[in-house]
Write a protein that binds this ligand. Structure first.
Ligand code: ATP
Ligand code: MG
Length: 420
């Protein structure tokens, strides 16, 4: 028997890298999501919910064979019908899939935002989990730099709405267009090729598959070599340079503070032109809070119509870690009925008070002492105590729990009294 219990207790742990979200953390989560809804509405973004589960190809074909996500981090399995499915590791590919599946190309530009859980098989640490949550926003079907400016401005506005402007900084870069990248790729292969034996194993693979991604390496040895790497800026085509200048100019016009950092490259294959990241100094190695960029080729590559697009994602856990403690929830009124008639009355009284907007705690059972304890425990500001005597006289006994003051209140004056 004991053995069985121990086995069960072991099985009852949450899976490594996943966590239950409760108390203060879930209130901070809700604040992030509420602010997202509010700010996204100001920018005319519509909510969109895509499935957590997609066919594996949705991610595999889009994120790039050399990406960490595809190689090491996806939760992929065969379902009972024999299809390979994957728990989404990011939003954009699923949103692009939904855009194509639902024929949204008719309505461009389409501006959508989402939030929900994502799954990556990473090494868990503070601010890095295997199930985590993001808010995500995308503008689909807009090729103009003004769309990049709006996406970045929305991100900045959102952080501002959460009081995080002072805790984060924005860096932007341009990855250029396909031609710029091809030129740059050749320059990087030539440069990193010289240091091939000093690069980390991951970066040696990247050198073959996608040398640009070496710039994103967190390996210390790599970082030293990266310092001397050629810069993308010197390889922009005229169009790419003009696009980047327009984005910078737009951001200045919108009053969003930023710095250009040539080392900002997004980790995924499908990005071009603008890449941006809001980071913080307050979360150790997990410094990325909100990141995004332009991905003009993705939807066409997935088999949809040519649809230039730009968007971003932000980690809700990391945002929540940065938030000050949320204001405590509104304190309830506790009902303390004595006897069966009062018990019955409590049900309708609770309903009436709730309709008037008061949170109400019904103790469910126990004697007066037990219920008063429960009232204190749930943080009630007042207890309404009543038995047969009070029901007969049409009044309640109202006890203020902070002061202990108790006085009778006429039934029809209760709501007003509680408001004072
Ligand atoms: P990092 O460099 O920290 O691995 P990333 O570049 O992989 O981040 P993105 O794929 O751009 O991150 O996702 C956007 C945001 O999602 C990040 O800025 C971060 O806030 C959050 N995020 C990413 N991975 C995790 C994770 N494993 N746990 C919690 N939050 C995460
Ligand atoms: Mg990552």
């Amino acid at each position: 028997m004991k053995y069985i219990r121990e086995e069960m207790a072991k099985d009852l742990r949450a899976v490594r890298g996943t966590h239950d979200i409760l108390d203060g953390e879930i209130r901070r989560f809700d604040r992030v999501i509420d602010a997202t809804r509010r700010v996204c509405a100001l920018y005319g973004f519509e909510p969109l919910a895509t499935p957590i589960l997609e066919f594996t190809d949705v991610f595999k074909r889009t994120l790039g064979d050399a990406s960490d996500i595809v190689n090491k981090e996806m939760y992929t399995f065969e379902d009972r019908g024999g299809d390979s499915v994957t728990l989404r590791p990011e939003f954009t590919a699923g949103v692009a899939r939904a855009f194509i599946t639902n024929g949204l190309a008719q309505r461009v530009p389409v501006k959508v935002y989402s939030h929900g859980p994502l799954f990556r098989y990473e090494r868990p640490q503070k601010g890095r989990y295997r199930q985590f949550h993001q808010i995500n926003a995308e503008i689909l079907g807009a090729a103009e730099p003004a769309a990049d400016v709006e996406a970045v401005t929305l991100g900045a506005h959102l952080l501002d709405a959460l009081g995080l402007t002072g805790k984060t900084k924005l860096e932007i870069n341009s990855l250029g267009n396909a031609e710029s990248r091809e030129r740059y790729r050749a320059a990087l292969v030539a440069y990193f090729g010289k240091y091939k034996n000093d690069l980390s194993e991951d970066s040696r693979v990247r050198l073959e598959k996608n040398p640009l991604r070496i710039l994103d390496s967190k390996d210390e040895g790599d970082r030293k070599i990266i310092v001397g790497a050629p810069s993308l800026e010197d390889h922009y085509t005229e169009d790419a340079a003009r696009f980047f200048a327009a984005v910078r100019d737009g951001l200045e016009a919108s009053g969003v503070a930023f710095a250009v950092n040539a080392r900002i490259v997004r980790g995924l294959d499908y990005y071009c032109h603008t890449a941006f990241e809001f980071t913080t100094d307050l979360l150790g190695a997990q410094n990325a809070v909100l990141g995004g960029g332009r991905y003009d080729g993705l939807i066409e590559q997935m088999g949809g119509p040519k649809t230039p697009a730009v968007g971003f994602a932000a980690g809700i856990e990391r945002l929540a870690l940065l938030l000050e403690d949320a204001a405590a929830p509104t304190r309830p009124v506790a009902l303390v009925p004595i006897g069966p008639a009062a018990e019955r009355k409590a049900v309708s009284l609770a309903r009436a008070l709730r309709e008037d907007g008061f949170p109400v705690d019904l103790g469910f059972g126990g004697n007066v002492g037990k219920r008063m304890k429960r009232a204190a425990k749930c943080g009630a500001f007042a207890a309404v105590i009543f038995g047969d005597r009070e029901l007969e006289s049409g009044s309640y006994s109202l006890k203020r729990l902070d002061t202990g003051a108790e006085s009778p209140v006429a039934a029809d004056a209760l709501t007003e009294e509680l408001r004072t």
